[in-house]
Design a binder for this molecule. Structure first.
Ligand code: R1P
Ligand code: HPA
Length: 294
C-alpha cells in the first residue's frame, strides 16, 4: 500500500516492466539516451532498431507534449547497445516524480551504465546564443527545495543510499569528452558549459523570476532533467546532460519577444543533426575507452 507523499511505484512494478522488456527484445543496452523536446531524431543513427510505444509498455507513462513521440527505441551505435527515450515526462503534465523517473530505474535494472540526457532550455547567461549546446556542469533542483523531490519517501536500498551526494552528478570525464568531440566535429564555437535550473513549468518565466535565477547562478532554465539525473545518480549511473539553448530568456522589461513552444521545437529541429553526431561520437568514444581500460 502506498501512503501519501511516498513513491507510487514498487520494486515489483520496476521488475515487471524490466522483465517484460527483456522478454520482448534481445537488446541489452549499456547506454540510455533521453531525448528532450524535439530531439527524438537522436535515435536515427542507431542500427538494428526495435521500437516500443510507451502505451504498450506496462506501467510506462505516456507522452502528452508535442515534440515527444512517446517511443522507446533499442538499437546499436557501432558496437554499443543503446536505448533511446523519444520523449520524456514532466511534472507539469501531472505526473508524480516517481512516474517522471520511472524509466531511469528500468534502465538500471536492464544493465545500463551510462545515461545521456538532452533537453531544450532558455539561455540566461548573457553570452549564450540561440542554438548553443550547453554541457551541463551542474544543476539546481528548484522544485526539490520545495519538497518536490523524486527520492522523498522510504528509501529503497536496492537502488541506492538514503543520502546520496550530488556534488558530482554530472561526470567530469564525460564533460571533457564532449569538448574533445566538439573540436573533432568542428562545432566548438557553439559548445558551452553551464548550470541548468529546473522549474516545474508549464509557464515560461516572468522577468522577475528570470532575474532571480540569474542571481542564483543559473545559466539556463528548463522544466525537466533534474529528477531523472537525481534518480540516475542515486542508483549509480554515470550521467551526462546536454542542453540546447532554444531561446534567450527575457531579463528586460523592454524586450518585446516572447518565447513559445513552437519556436523551441524549431530550434531543436535545426540543431538535432549536429547533436546526433555529438551523441553518436561520444557513445563510440566511451566504448573505445572502456575497451582500453578493461
Ligand atoms: O526539457 P524538455 O522536455 O527538452 O523541453 C523544454 O521545452 C518545453 C517548453 O518549450 C518544456 O518541456 C521544457 O522543459
Ligand atoms: O525559456 C525557457 N524556460 C523554461 N523552459 C524552457 N524550455 C525551453 N526554453 C525554456
Amino acid at each position: 500500500m502506498h501512503t501519501k507523499g511516498t513513491c507510487c511505484c514498487s520494486f515489483e512494478d520496476y521488475k515487471l516492466t524490466t522483465e517484460w522488456l527483456l522478454n520482448q527484445t534481445s537488446h541489452r543496452p549499456k547506454v540510455a539516451v533521453i531525448c528532450g523536446s524535439g530531439l527524438g531524431l537522436l535515435a536515427d543513427g542507431a542500427a538494428n532498431k526495435q521500437t516500443f510505444k510507451y502505451q504498450d509498455i506496462p506501467h510506462f507513462p505516456v507522452s502528452t507534449v508535442p515534440g515527444h513521440e512517446g517511443r522507446l527505441v533499442f538499437g546499436m551505435i557501432e558496437d554499443t547497445p543503446c536505448v533511446f527515450m523519444q520523449g520524456h515526462f514532466h511534472l507539469y503534465e501531472g505526473y508524480s516524480l516517481c512516474q517522471v523517473t520511472f524509466p531511469v530505474r528500468i534502465f538500471k535494472l536492464m544493465g545500463v551504465e551510462l545515461m545521456l540526457v538532452t533537453n531544450a532550455s532558455g539561455g540566461i547567461c548573457p553570452d549564450f546564443k540561440v542554438g548553443d549546446i550547453m554541457i551541463i556542469k551542474d544543476h539546481i533542483n528548484l522544485p526539490g527545495f520545495a519538497g518536490q523531490h523524486p527520492l522523498c519517501g522510504p528509501n529503497d536500498e536496492r537502488f541506492g543510499i538514503r543520502f546520496p551526494s550530488m556534488s558530482d552528478a554530472h561526470s567530469k570525464d564525460l564533460r571533457g569528452l564532449v569538448l574533445d568531440v566538439g573540436v573533432e566535429l568542428g562545432c566548438s564555437d557553439f559548445i558551452r558549459e553551464g548550470v541548468y535550473c529546473m522549474v516545474s513549468g508549464p509557464n515560461f518565466e516572468t522577468i522577475a523570476e528570470a532575474r532571480m535565477l540569474q542571481v542564483l547562478g543559473c545559466d539556463s532554465v528548463g522544466m525537466s532533467m533534474v529528477p531523472e539525473v537525481t534518480v540516475a545518480k542515486h542508483c549509480g549511473l554515470r550521467v551526462l546532460g546536454l542542453s540546447l539553448i532554444t531561446n534567450k530568456v527575457s531579463l528586460d522589461y523592454s524586450r518585446e519577444e516572447k518565447v513559445n513552444h513552437e519556436e523551441v521545437l524549431e530550434i531543436c529541429k535545426m540543431r538535432a543533426e549536429v547533436l546526433q553526431k555529438i551523441v553518436t561520437k561520444l557513445i563510440t568514444r566511451c566504448q573505445q575507452q572502456s575497451i582500453n581500460t578493461h
